[in-house]
Design a binder for this molecule. Sequence first.
Ligand code: GCU
Length: 697
Amino acid sequence: WLPDDAFAAIGSRRVVVAGDGALTATIAEEVAAATARFGGAFSRLDVGDGVSDAELVLTLAPSLVEPVETIEVSTRDASAGSGAAAEVSGIDESFRFMREAGAVVVQAGTDAGLLHGLFHVVRLGETAFDGPDTDETHAPATDLRMLDHWDNVDVHPTMGQVERGYSGGSIFYDNGFVRADLSRVERYARLLAAVGINRVAINNVNVHEHEARLLTDDLGDVVRVAAVFRRWGIRVHLSVSFASPVTLGGLDTSDPLDQDVAHWWVRAAARVWDAIPDFGGFVVKADSEGQPGPFAYGRTHADGANMLAAAVEPYEGLVHWRAFVYDHRQDWRDRSTDRARAAYDHFHPLDGAFSENVVVQVKYGPLDFQVREPLSPVLAAMPHTRVALELQVTQEYTGQQQHAVYLGQQWSQLLGFRFWEPDGVGGGSPTVADLATGRGKAANDPGTGRWRKPAGGFAAVSNVGDDEFWTGHPFAQANLYAYGRLCWDPTLDPGALLDEWVGLTFPGAPDAVGEAVRAVLDRSWETYEQYTAPLGVGFMVRPGHHYGPDVDGYEYTPWGTYHFADRDGIGVDRTVRTGTGYAGQYPSPWSATYESLSTCPDELLLFFHHVPYTHVLHSGKSVIQHIYDTHFEGVSRVEEMIGEWSKVSTLVDPRVSERISERFAEQLRSATEWRDQVNTYFLRKSGIPDERGRTIY
Ligand code: GCU
């Protein structure tokens, strides 16, 4: 997004930028370039100077700065207390948008806020100037809006350079070094700033040997990267290895309760903040999939996280500590171990034990970024902890940027989910977005009636690489776009975000292009779900790279992602009564809703229950017929998507169009393969023919 033409409305007007600060300089550059291109006029003034004939004024207004925001956190249960007031500190990024007689004034207390205001005007285009008079204040839902890069400095022997990256190599690293030329990073930072992202972790959570040194020997390179992001109001974070005191420091332990270890981290943090004063903090994947952690020393995750938190606390640094902790060396014969339970079992007992500057970063589902999972119960179970919702923009399990899959609808649904409401939507208790942002009614702690804040915000795995179109599939850009915008305002409509993205990406294109994008992407998440793993069962992907179907690919492996299909039935019994007990990790009413076969939603049936193929869904279909029907329909829908796009494919840049058709060909091939493998597998297992007699091999 943001080609030159996206600035036409601003560029053709008389624009004033007033104020100082690094980001105001960035704004001034943007505006000057646009006015030079489109024939407008640009002036840079001091705050308060007369600006009578300007059509757009972007001005700092320091009086608008709120020193420290205080949020009343209300309680759901009125009898439990009057609500806790919590301090939320951070840069004020809000801005005011005023329009009077077609002239627009954007005011912000900080230059960061003003930058967001600029991009707000860019997004609105001409409509910024032609609506009725207005005076609006816009503020982000949370201070913590982060993207995590799973980039390695070196090319990893099996994972490549970007782990789960489908867009080429890293934009940060080349040939074992941070790139000398960071101009691409600069363009990236601009794109992120335009959607409201304000923090970026620049290396993989699996921290390999070389990458660990970004914290120490290679810090100078991180300084360069941070300088680029700083111009766009974005702070840099690093993923660090918990074993660093041993691997980098030469100590013989990384025990978080060891004084030398704690001192090592204190010194490491001091060096980092000395070099990068606005450094954001550390991201840690500990005791997970082979990464080192506190368990090796008999310590808890709170011990580990708090030790790091103390080291970064003098700089207001954060520790993003990931809750993705489970046994990846499980015995598939052991039915009592359930990977889905693991994060809650590890973290719920630690609620209240984490320091104020620890953010526990929780994947949205209990397994691993599947196309359909229930919300992780950890999100509802840690009222005294800063909890961040972690999403995956990179499409590891959703088509790897070969398939056109827009995730906006999925995220919007997750963000709007209410753990304490029977239907998950209505009612007055907090949404998942409220829990992550601390806004709204973020409270349901039976003990105190309070949800302790500040909140943990959002984090997501980036889908960007050095690919010509940034994201492999040009349509995958829409996911990055939507993620940023939903972090800013989780209530935004995902379809409207697609329209915004189209407007900023193909400015001036005929309406038919936008209509085709909507026709392709609006239902694409659902379509992908249809032709892949049914009814919430998940996985069924090829082991290792996770692309394409392999129904039994993970069935007898140690990874804990099973479907238990046999000739009689399929699904995982996660009930309290007869299964692994996972359903009991939810608060009421969802624990009961998931527990019961009669109330469990169809789309999650096989996540919670093992049922015969003849089990009849709420939809009225049997499980086996649902599998057949959705797989046939999913492929037909891909054919329709291709048809819709073909009507407009010549209306966009031929290179974009060529890439899209190449990806569509692969999506159709792959969807057909999914359909045939899944249908054939279940026909052979169940022996039950398709009611409609279609071809199943
Ligand atoms: C998934 C993914 C890994 C990644 C892990 C994580 O399991 O396949 O590549 O490291 O998630 O989130 O840490």
